[in-house]
Design a protein around this ligand. Structure first.
Ligand code: HEM
Length: 380
């Protein structure tokens, strides 16, 4: 992607992509300004043309989550989730993240090689969010299976078979959440679902349907992305033994390493905004209702924002990126994702210091996401 982005940044930073009916932005400063502009819209129904999100949200039975809503609905949903999320302090779970990571690593002891995605990067965030939501450990295996098929949730180009499997899995997950919500209405527990119900029944009402869709969003938005972040970091550190050695010598660099991975190889490729009226970006007029597609991967590689941008350097002073979007839709799970990655990545390399690639890593095909489907590593 970077070679295309670099050319666009230099030659056409606001590119009118007529095929998809959108303006494709690659200049880092333009993207920052667009993401931070709170007047811009996101609800695909307000866009003039068929955006990818529109194809998805117009499927029958699709209920929009906060990610596809504007105020006042966006604020109503987001503030309640934010409130419920913050009640369970993220710091409280850091020890727990390490414990889950170590259990996954224990299970790999004695193996010569393993797939770092399937064995580590994928289950870790799913288990953590399952526990935050309050999923019974007995339901974990189902939950992991449902979460995996959500990889396809943003993919408008599925075969009929894949589409059916995805919808079936999503319906099972929705039914599951419905049962969980009903149970907690009768007897609340100390978990996120109960906290959302409590918040929903307070001043700003939230329907059970909306709670369900929000639970699903936390899975779709949170798991694939965190898996990709951890997977991308593993690959980068294997490819850069000097950086890996540095991390070993200076564990205090872990948080900065995560920011550098988010800059260099971010999990989400783009975020969209819709012009509420005619506006300009750079020198280009964006007519009312047109979609701006911000290439999040391009922000971190823009030399105007990050000197020597093509170099992966975990000691970089304040890597600039927009991997978590920005403005009113700024990722609600950013702190959780950062913490999971900061803990999980060093633990993996401490346990298996000689990790190397066992095969060429396989990039997954999931529009909107940037990560590996398979990352086979040798232990010895
Ligand atoms: C929104 C990225 C992890 C929950 C977003 C957006 C991006 C993003 C780009 C859209 C922001 C925008 O349009 O401005 C990521 C990345 C992650 C990650 C790269 C991991 C490395 C998580 C986690 C959770 C989460 C762990 C929750 C458990 C959400 C929610 C939204 C969101 C609820 C919608 C916010 C809104 O519309 O107001 N994320 N995310 N994300 N993310 Fe994340």
């Amino acid at each position: 992607a970077e070679s295309v982005h670099a050319r666009l940044r230099a030659e056409c930073p606001v590119h009118h992509d007529k095929q998809f009916g959108r303006y494709f932005l690659t200049n880092g400063k333009d993207i920052e300004a667009v993401l931070r502009n709170r007047a811009l819209l996101l609800d695909p129904d307000r866009a003039n043309q068929g955006t990818i999100a529109k194809l998805q949200t117009q499927r029958e039975g699709f209920i929009k989550s906060m990610l596809f809503l504007d105020d006042p609905d966006h604020h109503r949903l987001r503030s309640l989730v934010a409130q419920a999320f913050s009640q369970r302090s993220i710091n409280d779970i850091s020890l727990h993240i390490a414990q889950v990571a170590n259990e996954l690593l224990d299970a790999l002891e004695g193996r010569d090689r393993f797939d770092a995605i399937a064995a580590y990067a994928s289950p870790l965030p799913i288990i953590i969010i399952a526990e935050i939501l309050g999923v019974d450990p007995a339901d974990r295996a189902d939950f992991i299976a449902w979460s995996r098929t959500s990889d396809n949730a943003f993919n408008p180009m599925l075969t009929a078979e894949q589409q059916e499997a995805m919808l079936r899995s999503q319906n099972e997950l929705f039914d599951y959440f419905e049962r969980q919500i009903a149970e907690r209405r009768l007897s609340p527990r100390d978990d996120l679902i109960s906290a959302m119900i409590a918040a929903a029944d307070g001043d700003h009402r939230l329907s059970d349907q909306e709670i369900k869709v929000t639970c699903n969003l936390l899975l779709v938005a949170g798991n694939i992305t965190t898996t990709d972040l951890i997977g991308n970091a593993i690959r980068l550190l294997i490819d850069h033994p000097d950086q890996r050695q540095l991390l070993h010598e200076r564990p205090d660099l872990a948080a900065n390493m995560v920011e550098e991975v988010l800059r260099f190889d971010p999990p989400v490729t783009a975020s969209s905004r819709i012009a509420p009226e005619d506006m300009t970006v750079g020198a280009t007029l964006i007519p009312k209702g047109e979609v701006m597609f911000t290439a999040l991967q391009s922000v971190g590689r823009d030399p105007e924002l990050n000197p020597d941008a093509q170099r992966f350097d975990i000691t970089r002073d304040k890597p600039v990126h927009h991997a978590f979007g920005g403005g009113v839709h700024f990722c609600l799970g950013a702190q959780l994702a950062r913490m999971e990655a900061r803990i999980a990545i060093p633990l993996l390399f401490e346990r298996f210091p000689n990790l190397s690639l066992a095969a060429e890593p396989v990039r997954k095909i999931a529009p909107g996401f940037n990560g590996y489907g398979e990352l086979l590593v040798n232990v010895g």
